[in-house]
Design a protein around this ligand. Structure first.
Ligand SMILES: [Zn+2]
Length: 310
């Protein structure tokens, strides 16, 4: 079938949301039929990234957008998940998404996140969207793992019952159909808002071509009280406890300490841990996203015993 109507994508809208509105506005009876018309055969659509679109959709995107890579950068969580990788890897993944070879990236990283997450929305953004556009949609900034507030309206986000998962085939549920009309917005401030703003700023920071390993940079910022020179080690467990003490009031209650070791040693580029550590260490977002090169000043190593767990 040829595409009857491809809706305009809204600012900060997830591609999943855009496809859901396409399904709704074209009068399909079930989402499988809509997906069949826009995805390549056996192609997938994911919540946080993109769809493996067929050539007809690909041609339309190219026609209207020129370089459609910006489309994927602005409407997926790509900048969040790839933030701390080198530029060459990022470009490879981005091209993979833009050409429909991949629907998601970092399956291994995504699978680390075993927590149940649901698509979220802000009651006040919903009112704004309905007033200005006649319908609401799923905003990308509201879906960053760990974000709990709308930084624009300074209120808590609410959850839909749409679970974000990566493996199962997605069902198309337009935001307009499930977000209630009269939702009460609960104002927020303090840590919850500050941490959400930190996450959103990381998502929106420009990607830089220069690559400085963030793990080493973070290690050099760790307070000297955690270094144990006699054992040539860093007390990761104590850092982890202090971080969780800071963040537990916003619902972050677990962080295996060895994850910190993976990050500090440069084995992991997991944004959840890196951003948490950056926030805890009071590192400005611009610096975390573009660390200054550091010398090998601290000749300190993680203790051998813990290396077995790293
Ligand atoms: Zn809002």
């Amino acid at each position: 079938m040829s595409i009857a109507y491809l809706p305009e994508i809204y600012p900060d809208e997830l591609i999943y949301s855009w496809v859901s509105r396409f399904y709704c506005h074209n009068g399909y009876l079930n989402s499988k039929d809509a997906l069949k018309d826009i995805l390549r055969s056996n192609g997938r659509l994911t919540f946080e990234f993109s769809g493996q679109f067929n050539t007809e959709i690909g041609a339309l995107l190219n026609k209207f957008l020129g370089d459609c890579r910006t489309f994927y950068l602005d409407h997926t969580l790509f900048t969040y998940y790839t933030r701390f990788y080198d530029n060459q890897s990022r470009l490879g993944w981005l091209n993979g998404i833009a050409t429909g070879r991949r629907a998601a990236v970092f399956q291994n990283l995504l699978e680390l996140d075993k927590s149940y997450r649901y698509l979220q929305y802000c009651p006040l953004c919903t009112i704004d969207d309905r007033y200005h556009r006649g319908e609401t949609y799923y905003h990308r900034e509201h879906q960053i793992p760990g974000v709990v507030c709308c930084v624009r309206h300074k209120c808590f986000l609410k959850q839909t019952n749409i679970r974000i998962h990566q493996k199962k085939e997605v069902d198309l549920v337009p935001a307009e159909q499930i977000i209630p009309v009269d939702e009460i917005a609960v104002p927020t401030n303090g840590l919850a808002l500050e941490y959400s703003r930190y996450l959103v700023d990381v998502l929106n920071a420009p990607l830089t071509a220069d690559y400085v390993p963030v793990g080493k940079f973070l290690r050099d910022r760790i307070d000297a009280k955690f270094f144990r020179p006699s054992e040539r080690s860093i007390d990761l467990m104590a850092i982890s406890e202090e971080m969780l003490n800071l963040l537990k009031s916003i619902g972050i209650t677990s962080l295996p300490y060895y994850y910190l070791g993976y990050v500090i040693k440069g084995y992991s580029h997991d944004p959840r841990v890196i951003i948490m550590l950056g926030y805890y260490l009071n590192i400005p977002v611009e610096e975390l996203c573009n660390p200054p090169p550091t010398g090998s000043s601290a000749e300190l190593y993680l203790e051998t015993e813990r290396d077995e767990y790293l």
